[in-house]
Design a protein around this ligand. Structure first.
Ligand code: AMP
Length: 509
């Protein structure tokens, strides 16, 4: 079934419900939203976009984003959302790789994008697409026929290494992840609000799906991005507001709430994920912002749907403090209902509870495969199990603790050291605001542990060394520290360990 039926259904029974907000303003209701998508679909068909054709969206978050995206689905085409913060050359590469013949792009980016498309020798129609949504001369198209399995979203992974791969998701995966968000993050009914400070092109943007399916309100901030003060003000305005926030965004929200001197109002759920949330940061966020947090662990290949820690679970752990509650709070929670989870050894065998291995997941929500990369697909999905590339351990109660990406594991003197554990320890020091740990090649040990630290002031190596000795095994503590003003991060706020290793190699040389 075409995912566009979700919008059509909501518009039929709840046409006058507020659908999209822009800042504090109402931008459109569901009747208008569906009409825009249906007119956009007609325009796409007139351009020769057939069901199954790819249409890229290289746009900043803006209210038009959603009707454009849904017009692509309404037409039966495949959306290729591209993060607007990418370089036009990177966007052109994705457009060419996905074979997108039509690209919706912001006015400011169009000249550079068109130049980059020429370099890629890729011909495509580049438009903002906005005028067609409101062109009443265009008839409203019927929803195109699509099967559950047919591609609907090509999700180009953030690519902290190498070229991004296009994860192919159909209506089936989108619907499963939408229900997963409904169940594990926030149940949606009319009036419930999703704010979109994180790029709509990425995992956080998928949070908009259950709000369309169940008649909630999607609100795009006027800054078209993340501004902590704006986000908190929007929550206070709209009420019952939820949003996705990467851990770095949560830190900034905490700072904003602290400087305002009071607890934020109007929040339902802040869903964190996308990267490790350190326990010290979570505890501070709960204290300053309140019991509004839930967590999702997923990846493009299994979108937002591997494990979750719903708000009620986090709050129960904090209130009742059962045995092991701090470890559970630092975990990524328990398997979501639509997946089977298994931690496996390099031979693909499940390891006993408590042992570390690669996190593997199986279920209807796992991607169809990588777009036109059968070899990469075969390497990622083995015997029906998606190999996530994340290292973790499952305990007897089903909580999954993530240690690291397998490529980030440090092996020193033959012993495995998980950077995450060292980072957790460093962040427990009051003067450390950010920390990232990598392995430096070493002739004697194989690798040595090196910590890059963003510290408040006057902090010394000796102090941090003593602090680590208090918290982690001696062999895990960093042999070298480097104090830096900031850590290298990608557009989603994830620390780029590859860049950090390059910095470190230059420094060591
Ligand atoms: P992407 O496909 O770009 O969204 O990246 C997915 C990767 O981000 C996962 O494989 C994990 O390594 C990491 N990640 C996602 N969610 C979490 C989380 N809640 N905690 C820790 N790491 C996460």
């Amino acid at each position: 079934m075409n995912i566009a039926h979700d919008l059509k259904r909501t518009a039929q029974h709840g046409g006058s419900l507020v659908a999209i907000g822009h800042g504090t303003e109402v931008w459109c209701n569901y009747r208008e939203f569906a009409a825009m998508a249906a007119r956009g679909a007609t325009w796409l068909a007139q351009q020769g976009v057939q069901p199954g054709a790819r249409v890229a969206l290289f746009l900043h978050n803006r209210p038009e984003y959603l009707p454009l995206l849904w017009s692509v689905w309404w037409a039966g085409a495949v959306a290729v959302p591209i993060n607007a913060k990418l370089h036009p050359k990177e966007a052109a590469w994705i457009a060419a790789h996905s074979g997108s013949r039509c690209i919706f792009a912001d006015d400011d980016d169009r000249p550079a994008l068109q130049g980059a498309l020429l370099d890629e020798r890729h011909e495509a129609l580049v438009e903002t697409g906005f005028t067609h949504l409101v062109d009443h001369a265009l008839p409203e198209a019927p929803v195109a026929e699509r099967a559950e399995h047919d591609a609907a979203w090509l999700f180009y992974t953030s690519g902290t290494t190498g070229r991004p791969k296009g994860v192919e998701l159909g209506a089936r995966q989108l619907r499963w992840q939408s229900m997963g968000l409904y169940a594990a993050v926030q149940a949606v009914e009319p009036g419930e609000v999703a704010l979109h400070p994180a790029p709509l092109s990425h995992g956080g943007g998928m949070l908009h799906l259950p709000y369309v399916t169940y008649g909630g309100i999607n609100v795009v901030p006027k800054s078209h991005g993340f501004d902590a003060d704006e986000c908190l003000a929007l929550a206070a305005h709209w009420q019952r507001a939820s949003f996705f926030a990467a851990p770095t965004m949560v830190k900034r929200l905490v700072q904003a709430a602290k400087s305002s001197g009071r607890r934020p109002l109007g929040l339902a759920t802040i869903c964190y994920g996308g990267g490790p949330m350190y326990l010290a940061d979570l505890e501070e966020a709960l204290q300053v912002i309140g019991p509004h947090f839930s967590q999702i662990y997923g990846q493009g290949e299994c979108p937002m749907t591997i494990t979750a820690m719903p708000r009620h679970l986090i709050n129960r752990l904090c209130q009742q403090r059962p045995q092991g509650w701090r470890e559970h709070l630092a975990s990524v929670g328990v398997a979501q209902v639509m997946v089977e989870l298994s931690v496996r050894d390099p031979q693909g065998q499940p390891v006993p509870a408590g042992d570390t291995g690669e996190v593997c997941v199986r279920g209807d929500v796992v991607m169809n495969g990588y777009w036109q990369q059968p070899e990469a697909t075969a390497a990622a999905i083995v015997d029906g199990w998606l190999k996530t590339g994340d290292v973790g351990r499952l305990d007897e109660q089903g909580f999954l603790t993530l240690l690291d990406r397998s490529k980030d594991l440090i092996i020193s003197g033959g012993t495995n050291i998980y950077p995450r554990e060292v980072e957790e320890a460093l962040l427990m020091h009051d003067d450390v605001s950010e920390a990232a740990v990598i392995g430096r090649p070493d002739a004697e040990w194989g690798e040595q542990v090196v910590a890059y630290v963003v510290a408040r002031s006057g902090l010394t190596e000796a102090t941090l060394d003593a602090h680590c000795l208090d918290h982690i095994a001696r062999f895990k503590r960093p042999k070298h520290y480097r104090f830096v003003a900031e850590l290298p991060k990608n557009h989603y706020g994830k620390v780029l360990k590859t860049t950090l290793r390059e910095w470190d190699a230059q420094h060591a040389a």
